[in-house]
Design a protein around this ligand. Structure first.
Ligand code: NAI
Ligand code: 15L
Length: 276
């Protein structure tokens, strides 16, 4: 092997949306190992831009702007959008219009694959006493969860109609550490998150896949057997954080909806409208 072929990275150009966010910031360095050029975009400032990065501040609701970013891209990691429950009009622009703009551009520019950050809130109204796999019916727990169901359905349509591949990541709770007892079940370490994205980008032929994003935690609500072809093997576990909640052990008070359902406190919200 000569030195130029040894230096070649697997992808020529990747696009990362939501690059200024919590998980986007974790992924940027890793993506630099995977692609010669990483286009990073967000509505928020993108901070220091590495030599391999091309940075654009953009609202996902700007269809023409987003389409321009998709030209010449091999694959997209779509993390951008509102990441908690919010008024309908905000969800509409960032998560519904945003994901439509993405897929219309991906199709137009012949991009081969999308890794879509869905969420456990797409299935949050399933009970905590059940274990779900990729075929579990959607049961969103919030307008936010509904927007993730829309993204999953839209990606399914683009796969069935055009063969455009997507891996939908139903991410649990990916933070530095669990913030409450529920997250001992839903915790996904940053290292495991990066590995899940890597598997989703590098596996040959994924079709349209649903995979749950959780570390190898002691208690599990999700079974990834049907996504086994991705080869995702979490390395971390929330067990190391048990001591944080020693005085607040997870309970299963089925009279409390926030404990009865997997979505936790999200199930107690109500559809919101923007004031003024
Ligand atoms: P985050 O809120 O930190 O990052 C989302 C990013 O999207 C932000 O930087 C924000 O500025 C950007 N954004 C919002 N509206 C936008 C718009 N209209 N146009 C362009 N950019 C916009 O969230 P985080 O934790 O990084 O999550 C990333 C993705 O993963 C999100 O889609 C979230 O729904 C999903 N997810 C995250 C989980 C977690 O535990 N971190 C759990 C489940 C899903
Ligand atoms: C999500 O979808 C959110 O983006 C994140 O902020 C957490 O709330 C997470 O789910 C969770 O369920 O803990």
């Amino acid at each position: 092997m000569n030195s130029s072929s040894a230096a070649r990275k697997p992808f020529r150009r990747l696009l990362l949306t939501g690059a200024a966010g919590n998980l986007g910031r974790q992924l940027r360095a890793a993506m630099g190992e995977w692609a010669d050029v990483v286009r990073v975009t967000d509505i928020a400032p993108l901070g220091e831009v590495a030599p391999h990065e091309e940075a654009t501040v953009l609202d996902l609701a700007d269809r023409d702007g987003l389409h321009a970013l998709l030209e010449g891209v091999d694959a997209v990691v779509h993390l951008g959008g509102i990441s908690v429950d919010a008024p309908f009009d905000d969800i509409l622009e960032a998560n519904l219009r945003g994901v439509y703009n993405l897929y219309s551009g991906v199709h137009r520019h012949g991009v081969r694959r999308v890794v879509f950050a869905s969420s456990n809130h797409a299935i949050g109204f399933h009970e905590t006493t059940t274990v779900l796999d990729a075929d579990a019916p959607l049961r969103p727990d919030s307008l936010y969860g509904v927007s993730k169901c829309f993204g999953e359905s839209l990606s399914r349509y683009y796969f069935d109609r055009f063969g455009l591949e997507t891996v939908c990541l139903r991410i649990g709770s990916s933070f530095e550490e669990p913030k409450n007892p529920r997250m001992l079940v839903t915790y996904l370490s940053y290292r495991d998150f990066i590995e899940l994205v890597r598997c989703s980008l590098f596996t040959n032929r994924v079709g349209h896949a649903i995979v749950y994003g959780a570390s190898d935690n002691p208690v599990k609500w999700w079974d990834n057997t049907k996504a086994g072809f991705l080869g995702f093997r979490p390395q971390d576990s929330s067990a190391q954080f048990n001591h944080l909640f020693a005085d607040r052990a997870p309970t299963t008070d089925l009279d409390d909806p926030a404990q009865r359902y997997q979505g936790g406190p999200f199930v107690l919200g109500e559809p919101m409208e923007r004031q003024g």
